[in-house]
Design a protein around this ligand. Sequence first.
Ligand SMILES: Cc1ncc(COP(=O)(O)O)c(C=O)c1O
Length: 392
Amino acid sequence: MQTADRLKKIPPYLFMELRNKINKARAEGKDVISLAIGDPVDPTPQPVIDALAKAAQDPENHRYPTDEEWGMKSFRDAVARWYARRYNVELNPSGEIVGLIGSKEGCHHFAMGVINPGDTVLVTDPGYPGYKPSIWFVDATPHPVPMRAENDFLVDFSDIPSDVAKKASAFYLNYPNNPTGAVATRAFLNDLVAFARDNDIAVCYDNPYSEVVFGVERLSFLSVEGAKDVGVELNSLSKPYNMTGWRIGMACGNPEIVKAIATSKANTDSGVFNAVQYAGIAALDECDADIEQMLERYASRREKVLATLRELGWTYDPPKGAFYLWVPVPEGYTSASFCDFMLEKCAVVLAPGAAYGQYGEGFVRFSLTVEESRLDEALQRMRDQLPKLSFA
Ligand SMILES: Cc1ncc(COP(=O)(O)O)c(C=O)c1O
């Protein structure tokens, strides 16, 4: 049976190898704790569940979704209210917003709607592993752009050779950043708009962690002048409302790109189940307090991990976003060998930085999306089991 050549470009899924190692350790009887995956364990807020249950009782909602690929008008209105309230961004629900089955889906439809075969597309390195496959699926070529610790993991636009910038048609990036936790500043977003405008690049600003910041300003790409001229922001209910399994998000901004995404969706899926959209409206309108609680939980877990790391010799001042800690490995280790060491010594799984790109080497990612008691146990094992570590 023939399968498409483009599939050959896709490396084994990062977490597949980890899963194999975890399974092996579990088969050996070890009580493995995974701090590798960013999937919240805390429950979805009750108003969201209630809205789903109510909407699921109505047979009207059992049909194809209303307004199919665009999302229900009432959902798009709720997105517009949310952006106005939380980011001071004005959006027209008719033309500047399209509902998504999560922002991962949006990355794919952005590629389908915006990128041509043979194009060069900029992606950050380290970067979210979802971007490159979307680019490969449309037979374009990703060009990695480094994110370095010395630049607070923000893209330094001078790292992009001018001939590459000129020929690139799009740029995928996200801040608050997965995997580094870096946060954007307004100055950076202004530079991004200028860079995109100067080089005629469509920006896919993927912002599912927009609400997950610790003591710094929540920022939307769309809040800086000119952003809507050059790109869209993808956002998602997955992370702020513990709704990863519900599959609901939105793409907002440039009307031509939004329409291109809707056209791709119209020919692929038929939109989000209406009942999930009603639940999404409840999340966007009624759950600001739940976000505060979510942030308190992550802030407390973050402090616990940092305290343990400092006790063990790390001098580490992390960036202020996302529910990840991107931690330099001790001297003498690569990201993979330190992950193996942690699994061996503590039965704790971390994500190796090299899996996010060549500039991810030298780091491991801790995720804070784990139950309190499991996190405490993982940190206790680290304090008990790890030898004295040294750092460059
Ligand atoms: C940067 C980034 N984009 C997109 C996603 C996928 O989000 P969603 O659940 O909205 O598809 C993730 C999930 O981990 C992510 O880290």
